[in-house]
Design a protein. Structure first.
Length: 227
């Protein structure tokens, strides 16, 4: 798993999107929180502001792990780890994967391991790129094995008799940007940077369209399992 590509810096500046993500998951965050693959910790910064008292961040990439240690060195509520979900001994109220599992070849095993680390009534929160029809050379270049549709998560819930608390697509404007990216097939850094800035600027419009479209389409997919 490698999350340290050049594109990460562009997306980390997308604060509108991060706050949108947080607005969608905040009611599922409680007490003891673990985020797997937090990258530079931008989403964690968002929910840390809400005064959660016990946050664990686990990042395998050595460079990003060191960044997290520096970034949160003065935050008493945050602990930094460098280990996989299956190696955690304790259990958590909330476990978050934000744009992470698409980088994992064995994503289903990862999700099942994460579910086993939940406390009773805990939530496993997964956000991932949506719609395989948008899968492009750009996805491939940044280490994405796949994009997701609801069926993959529903089938997993049915197989394991899990409860899905919430499942929906979001960021309809992002879907259009993803479609354009696939058609243009551009991996140019300047193009990606400009596109990312414009997309983030339009997130408020995307939130409105998501409501109007009843979350039927989007760049991303949110699935929340409850134990």
């Amino acid at each position: 798993m490698n999350y340290s590509g050049w594109e990460l810096g562009f997306f980390d500046k997308s604060k509108n999107f991060r706050y949108y993500q947080y607005s969608l998951i905040k009611k599922f965050l409680k007490d003891k929180i673990l985020e797997i693959g937090p990258g530079n910790g931008v989403l964690a910064e968002t929910y840390l502001q809400k005064y959660y008292s016990n946050i664990s961040l686990s990042e395998l990439d050595p460079k990003l792990n060191r960044k997290l240690i520096r970034k949160f060195k003065n935050s008493k509520n945050v602990k930094i780890y460098k280990k996989r979900i299956r190696n955690f001994k304790g259990k958590f109220n909330s476990i978050i994967y934000s744009d992470v599992i698409e980088h994992m070849q064995e994503d289903i095993k990862e999700v099942e391991s994460a579910y086993s680390k939940l406390k009773k009534n805990g939530h496993l929160i997964i956000m991932a790129p949506a719609f395989q029809c948008l899968y492009s050379e750009y996805d491939k270049s940044i280490g994405h094995f796949r994009r997701y549709q609801k069926k993959r998560f529903k089938d997993l819930a049915k197989k394991n008799k899990w409860k899905i608390e919430k499942i929906e697509y979001f960021d309809s404007i992002g879907f259009l940007f993803g479609l354009m990216s696939k058609i243009l097939n551009s991996k140019n850094k300047n193009s990606v940077k400009f596109g990312t800035l414009l997309w983030n600027f339009l997130i408020p419009l995307s939130k409105i369209l998501d409501i109007l479209l009843n979350n039927s389409v989007g760049k991303s997919l949110l699935c929340v399992y409850k134990k």
